[in-house]
Write a protein that binds this ligand. Structure first.
Ligand SMILES: *Cc1c(COP(=O)(O)O)cnc(C)c1O
Length: 478
């Protein structure tokens, strides 16, 4: 499988790359990224073949179909990390909540958010390629909460890779911060920045553009890579669970093989939804992909009107912070796949220069044949958390945004798979507030309250965080 550039070629970047090369240097000409030149077809045969497969066997089948240039032993080692999830036999449980609504729980990994689904195996793959090439890589990350812990967890003590991660002091939940500052490994550095998420991201951008910094890296023979979802090494692992969730519905006799479903995805950078889109293009029977936004409704606006308009929107903090994103990186791969590189380059450059683009009527029609979208205000989300809890299911505020799209976007009476992207433990103050009205400023109080209310246990890896030694104390001015 070869990867090509979303914005065409500038004569300086390679026009096409193998999978491993695309992982190491994800940025292509004109500020574009790499996308697969074509997708494997996984028809009904593939699905019926894998009806009885374990998650890992299915994953192996999907990765083989992509024909990636990663050796078999490394892939096995990467997929073995799913054995560390809560239930090795079923790392992604799919739970029936209503007759036609099933929740696919993507948060049963070590950091309790869906980022582990891809970053866990990705860490093994990146480190192994770096070792084979005898090269050293630095991953720089600015995080608003979930990517940081998952990236640190996957790369800790991995050979030939180091991670430096910046987070906004006061801008993450206690659990998210503790997950970062208690990580103890020589190849990790965590830095608190006195500012908001944008300040950490700006600091990162200044660093990447700094000649002195780049000179220093060169002297030390260190290359830079990225662990965010512009890296296709993450996306590939995010196609698998969409296929798995569909097969789970067949196994649970909710649908017959071949019957269409809705995929319902809480979206920010659009990596999760892109995985669903690729699964659909590869032949998974999907009616439409429902995109759930929070009150930052940039993706909803795009899908409803064809306008991507940064001029009219600002990032306002919400109760689903992992979706507080204006520049959604993976939309670019959708544009490329549907409309080609010349048009993608035109649209993305316009977005850079004028903060805005508008799809034409044909393009909008193409998008709307695949996606539908709606946005969910914080208060609505809280109401869904409470109502759904009273009906026996506890969920986090990101997952809750999907219950709005479930109500407003379905045109047919088909089963819907909602993707749950975080465990309740990661956003406990919001959930405790939704359930009882209490206002907890500390996660530990909210965790205890919910655990008691729902009669469940706080998972050990969350509880332990509060007693762990803080190893990263570095806090700097913005
Ligand atoms: C990252 C994240 C999202 C958004 O996923 P994208 O792939 O960026 O669209 C949603 N919910 C949670 C909890 C996340 O951590």
């Amino acid at each position: 499988m070869q990867f090509i550039e979303t914005r065409g070629n500038d004569g300086q970047h390679p026009e096409n790359l193998s999978f491993s090369q695309a992982i190491l240097s994800p940025i292509s000409s004109f500020g574009g990224i790499y996308s697969p030149v074509s997708l494997p077809a996984l028809g009904e045969d593939f699905l019926s073949q894998h009806l009885a497969s374990s998650y890992k066997t299915l994953a192996r089948g999907v990765l083989d179909a992509f024909e990636i240039d990663i050796d078999s032993a490394t892939i096995d080692q990467a997929l073995a990390l799913y054995d560390e999830f809560d239930d090795p036999a079923n790392p992604v449980p799919v739970v029936k909540v209503y007759d036609d609504l099933y929740v696919s729980e993507l948060y049963h990994g070590p950091t309790r958010a869906f980022k582990d689904m891809a970053l866990q195996p990705f860490g093994v793959v990146l480190s192994s390629i770096a070792q084979q090439r005898k090269e050293n890589y630095l991953i720089l990350a600015a995080t608003s909460g979930d990517t940081g812990p998952a990236a640190l967890e996957t790369f800790k003590n991995k050979a030939n890779v180091r991670v430096a991660c910046m987070y906004p002091v006061g801008g993450t939940s206690d659990v998210q911060r503790l997950q970062m500052v208690t990580e103890n490994a020589d190849n990790l550095k965590v830095i608190g920045v006195k500012g908001d998420f944008d300040d950490t991201q700006n600091a990162l951008k200044r660093l990447l553009a700094s000649a002195a910094f780049n000179q220093k890296l060169k002297e030390k023979h260190i290359y830079l890579s990225a662990a965010n979802s512009v890296n296709f090494g993450r996306i590939i692992f995010q196609t698998i669970y969409h296929i798995h969730s569909y097969l789970e519905l067949v196994r649970q006799k909710a649908i017959d093989l071949g019957e269409k479903v809705y995929l319902n995805v809480p979206s920010g950078n659009f990596g999760n939804a892109l995985g669903g889109y690729y699964a659909m293009q590869m032949g998974l029977p999907v009616e439409k992909i429902l995109i759930a936004s929070n009150k930052i409704y940039i993706l909803t606006q795009l899908i409803k009107t064809g306008a991507y308009d940064l001029r009219t929107q600002a990032v306002v903090p919400t109760t689903s912070p992992a979706m507080d994103i204006l520049k959604s990186s993976n939309i670019e791969r959708i544009l490329f796949d549907l409309f080609g590189s010349a048009r993608t380059r035109e649209l993305m450059l316009q977005l850079d220069n004028e903060k805005y683009y508008q799809l034409n009527a044909d393009e909008l029609e193409t998008i709307q044949a695949i996606f539908a979208a709606d946005f969910c205000e914080d208060a609505e989300g809280k109401a869904y958390i409470k109502k759904t809890f009273e009906q026996g299911y506890l969920m986090d505020p990101h997952t809750a945004t999907c219950f709005k799209t479930y109500e407003t976007c379905r045109e047919k009476n088909l089963k819907t798979i909602v993707y749950s992207t975080a465990e309740w433990t990661k956003f406990s103050p919001v959930i405790a507030n939704a359930l009882t009205g209490e206002i907890d400023t500390r996660d530990i109080d909210a965790l205890k309250s919910i655990a008691e209310n729902a009669n469940i246990k706080i998972p050990a890896m969350i509880n332990e965080l509060f007693d762990k030694e803080i190893t990263h104390k570095c806090v700097i001015e913005k």
